[in-house]
Design a protein around this ligand. Sequence first.
Ligand code: UDP
Length: 480
Amino acid sequence: MAMYSETIPLHAIMICYPLQGHINPFTNLAIKLASKGFTITFVHTQHVHQLITKAQPEETIDDEVDIFSEARKSGLDIKYITISDGLPLEFDRDLNFIQYMESLIYDFPSVVDEFVGNLIDSDHSRSSTFLIADTFHSWPVRVSRKYNLVNVSFWTQPALVFTLYNHLDLLKENGHIPFRGDPEEIISCVPGVKLMKMKDFMSFFLDSDLSTIVHKIFFQAFEDVKKADLILYNTVEEFEHEILSALSQKQPGFAIGPLCATVLTNNRVSRSLWSESDCSHWLASMNPGSVLYVSFGSLAQLDEHVFVEIAQGLLLSKMNFLWALRPGIVKSENDLKSECAKLSDDSEGRGLIVPWCPQNDVLSHHAIGGFLTHCGWNSILESIWWRVPMICYPLLGDQLTNRKLVVDDWKIGINLSDGEIVSREEVAEKVKRLMSEKSSDGLRKEVQQVKKILDDAIAQKGSSQENIKSFVRELKAEMH
Ligand code: UDP
């Protein structure tokens, strides 16, 4: 194992998973650790680098863009490197998403292996070098063992989701997987997990076919993470105490979230895979708390009829809305450009539709009064951070499980639809309920309370601050 020396800073090689919901917390983690004196080598794939570069405003486009140059100017020691993901740069990853995911399992590991090997060979301070890789990767044990590095796994979703994936074998033994078809079936076999029903399980494991590439990613990743030395979770202990404490019986883990708070205290670092539209002028023209922000994140898709019902529901509600409608988000043969233009016209100035926006800036704006979200974990943490209550419409994966936390456990959001089908009337009713001060008073009070938990966690002596210290102690101990 690499040795720690007091005279050499801890050096993390950080290898991110190439999806937006992973890039954001990973970037924030790099900034957080660098601000605590770590040296960071931050690795993106060349493809991600290309997307981030293209997403820059016209005047700053530069192939040599180093996303951490501003952070370095403020004294942070972060080196930025790009490597291949195993596919040619011109390969269409959107069109061939399965092949892309396969390549991350089968081809990317040897690229990482070679990269880490070369880095270690050329790095004279290697004695304090260690690895931080996203839990979604399937290769960290192999690479860290080969180069004798402490292996830290970083989990970007709630600990609840982690523990469910981590106990897939137990869930199989207890007959929950494959799914038997009863959404009300209660799961009680996972340590620390209470009141969990199959309907709130991650969508991938509600399928009857468990042999797709997505299942392969989870099976392999969770075989691998069981052998990690340390785990970092982007959550807070007070949210998921029993689960985290059950997990820590098996492996040392540290809840150090919410990492979205890091965005506020540091220079801007480019991380967006799409160009961000500036919505500030439009928002400035709106009354405080009067705009509903709508986004379904970076990956999930909407069926065309759901898109139409949500759009019509927004119009019917007569509320103001800002919708970040990512290109390709709607599964449709039709060109939706004209639909979007019509939606914008029909809203008579009440609606603004953009492809992508700086979400934290939007959520922090005083004009925003609610968030219609797909329940991505980053979006939830950001919404709580800015004290914005939510309407939840989960679409896939962990979003179903995250919804339970927001609506059933913390009571800071409502469901978009109480049944299987989304109707424009129900959308309008829920939007009005969330946006009306009177009917959402309870939600707003709750979100203030939950936000306080986040504030306390990152305050001096708060749980996340203390957990970072414990992480550093354990890391050094692992190196001795
Ligand atoms: N995001 C953004 N602009 C948008 C939509 C999303 O910057 O128009 C960011 C958002 O702030 C969040 C991330 O993209 O940090 C999405 O992550 P999340 O976990 O919420 O969902 P995912 O995209 O992984 O489904």
